[in-house]
Design a protein around this ligand. Structure first.
Ligand SMILES: [Zn+2]
Ligand SMILES: [Zn+2]
Length: 104
């Protein structure tokens, strides 16, 4: 590799940095949102009523558990993607952990 090639590599690396930083901060922000909701006992629905996140939940694989909604199912490893409001029936999308795609 000649010096100009190396300089080119470095230049491309520096140019890519802002994009990588934005991507990383977006991921970090998503994960922070997830951690925030994972500690909350309820979230607000569009209709104004609170949707409880703590209770008895049934996974799509029929595994039923008690506690906070935002956790991986020990049976199939899936994470709940949304929660339904009992007052109006609307579903609210839940934040996903940053490493969600590795758990498929
Ligand atoms: Zn499951
Ligand atoms: Zn509602």
């Amino acid at each position: 590799m000649n010096p100009t090639e190396i300089l080119k590599e470095i230049a491309f690396g520096i140019l890519a940095l802002p994009f990588l930083a934005v991507k990383a901060s977006v991921r970090a922000y998503c994960h922070l949102q997830f951690l925030r909701v994972a500690r909350m006992p309820a979230i607000a629905c569009y209709c104004g009523s609170a949707v409880s996140l703590v209770g008895i939940w049934r996974c799509s694989c029929t595994y039923t558990y008690r506690g906070h909604l935002l956790r991986y199912c020990p049976l199939c490893g899936s994470m709940p993607r949304m929660v339904r409001c009992y007052a109006c029936g609307l579903t609210t999308k839940l934040p996903e952990p940053a490493h969600a795609e590795t758990h498929q």
